[in-house]
Design a protein around this ligand. Structure first.
Ligand code: ADP
Length: 503
């Protein structure tokens, strides 16, 4: 696995670049300055050699031969130059040097006339001039020292170093300050983004101060625009959401009110239908009995629907309360099965309730509703075979399992069938219900701090397993804000004897 190269922080890199560039510039300046100084010093040495040579040649020409040695030595002492009086064939007449060059070298110098050579004292510029007639065969050679390091080099280098150090130091400090500024801005932007990204964070707040000149300024102002837009979008979203919630509440209220209003006349219709069917007011024809039975069945279906809507609305508003006590779930299950037997036998289905006495801490009416819903569905969605209700005590609770040999439920529908108004299967199958039964069942089970589980295979049947707690909840002073979803091993975590819906 390749490791990512470690990045040098921007805070270090900016002043470091300024330092390196500054020092390189200073070094280049020092080298160029030294070279230029040397060239100028060489030029000056050449000029001195030329002037000295021409002046002395003139003087020596008019000096008697016996005095020439003394004149040359004095001139050499005073000027600091080396002087050589030679014949045209390279023979030394007067030697005013620290060590005269060999004859062939002298001849080379005479031929060259002027240029650079090295003497016993080091690098030197030389110039040669022939004495005028009658001494035309005599030549004067003048050597002026031209040091490789001119005398001002030291101070030049010192000043270059001082100035470079000062400038580089100031530039590095400015770079460091700027880098710190940029770094602080970037860190701030990053911190704000992280804060905004937190769940439930408020995107509004202090806008990031914008620096007008640099790229971070552009970035931060763009970010501020983004935050503004995000805030506006979230504001609009919250408004839409509260509108939708209000609409949902209104719809629930309307449904509940309507259901209440429908229930009274419906009860009257069902009551009078029963009276008519019991023939206390006189005998009915076979057709009338059949028609009245249809009216009663439709009315009962309508009442079940209205009851479901009222339950759901009570669950959603939190008005539904449980009245829990220790109850025998097996006897309730047996009653439910007894009631469902008529519908089951009409479809030639076998139906049974088996198991052991099992006590649960629950609301008897709601447990009847829970088991009734699941058993009713099992009968409704089973065409042949049977339905079996099995109730057993378990560690800390009661297991209620309803198994059928019906159509089964596709795996992708296992979660969806527990949602409101959701129905699986074909349209014909859907017509026989409302899609509310399992949604209400699951909420009721969860209110008991229990849970419901489904195992099903298409074409083979389904088993709905419900677990209810068998002990009252421990009394706790503080209610935790979010109750954990109870699991099969933690069904004891019930919190109050009578509690509202946990929608
Ligand atoms: P409904 O009033 O339609 O029965 P439910 O909420 O009780 O509403 O059930 C939702 C859907 O789940 C049903 O429409 C049905 O498709 C499916 N369902 C529920 N129980 C069974 C079962 N025992 N076998 C097959 N499908 C079932």
């Amino acid at each position: 696995m390749s490791t990512r190269p470690r990045k040098i922080p921007f805070l270090v890199i900016a002043p470091a670049i300024v330092l390196i560039v500054g020092l390189a510039a200073g070094l280049a300046l020092a080298i160029l300055g030294t070279l230029r100084l040397r060239a100028q010093s060489d030029d000056a040495a050449s000029l001195r050699a030329r002037l000295l040579c021409l002046t002395l040649a003139e003087r020596i020409r008019s000096t008697p031969e016996e005095d020439r040695q003394a004149v040359l030595e004095r001139a050499a002492r005073r000027s600091g130059a080396e002087l050589l009086l030679v014949t045209a064939d390279g023979k030394v007449i007067v030697d005013g040097t620290q060590g005269a060059p060999a004859k062939p070298r002298i001849l080379e110098l005479l031929i060259a006339g002027e240029g650079e050579t090295s003497t016993q004292l080091g690098r030197a510029r030389f110039f040669s001039a022939a004495l005028q007639a009658p001494k035309a065969y005599v030549n004067l050679l003048v050597f002026v020292a031209a040091p490789a390091t001119p005398f001002a080099t030291g101070s030049l280098l010192m000043w270059v170093a001082t100035l470079t150090g000062l400038l580089v130091g100031v530039a590095a400090l400015v770079a460091l300050a700027l880098a710190r500024d940029v770094h602080a801005d970037v860190t701030f932007v990053r911190k704000r983004i992280v804060e905004m990204a937190k769940e439930g964070a408020d995107p509004t707040g202090i806008p990031i101060p914008v620096r007008s000149v640099d790229l971070v300024g552009l970035l931060t102002s763009a970010f501020n625009v983004l935050v503004d837009r995000f805030t506006a979008a979230e504001h609009a979203y919250r408004q839409d959401l509260s509108g939708a919630l209000a609409y949902d509440r209104d719809r629930s209220d309307f449904l509940a009110a309507l259901s209440h209003e429908l229930r009274t006349p419906l009860n009257a219709i069902l009551g009078f239908t029963d009276v008519l069917l019991s023939e206390v007011d006189g005998p009915l024809s076979a057709d009338a009995t059949e028609n009245l039975s249809v009216v009663r069945n439709s009315g009962q279906h309508l009442r079940a629907l209205i009851d479901d809507i009222l339950d759901l609305s009570a669950l959603e508003s939190g008005e539904l309360r449980l009245n829990c006590k220790m109850i025998d779930v097996l006897s309730i299950g047996q009653e439910v099965v007894r009631e469902a037997r008529i519908a089951a036998e009409a479809k030639n289905l076998e139906i049974s309730a088996v198991g052991n006495r099992a006590m649960a801490f629950a609301d008897a009416r709601r447990v009847r509703q829970i088991i009734g819903n699941v058993v009713g569905n099992a009968v409704k969605f089973t065409a042949q075979g049977g339905v079996m209700l099995r109730i057993d005590p378990r560690d800390g609770g009661v297991t209620i399992a309803v198994t059928d040999s019906g159509a089964g439920i596709a795996p992708q529908d296992h979660e969806a069938i527990f949602q409101e108004y959701w129905q699986a299967g074909d349209v014909k199958r859907q017509r026989v219900g409302t899609g509310l039964g399992l949604a209400i069942t699951r909420r009721l089970v969860q209110m008991h701090r229990g849970f419901i589980d489904l195992k099903s295979q298409l074409g083979k049947g389904s088993t709905f397993t419900i677990v209810l707690p068998s002990r009252p909840p421990p009394v706790v002073v503080e209610r935790p804000s979010a109750a954990p979803r109870p699991s099969i091993d933690s069904i004891d975590s019930i919190e109050s004897n009578e509690y509202g819906s946990s929608t």
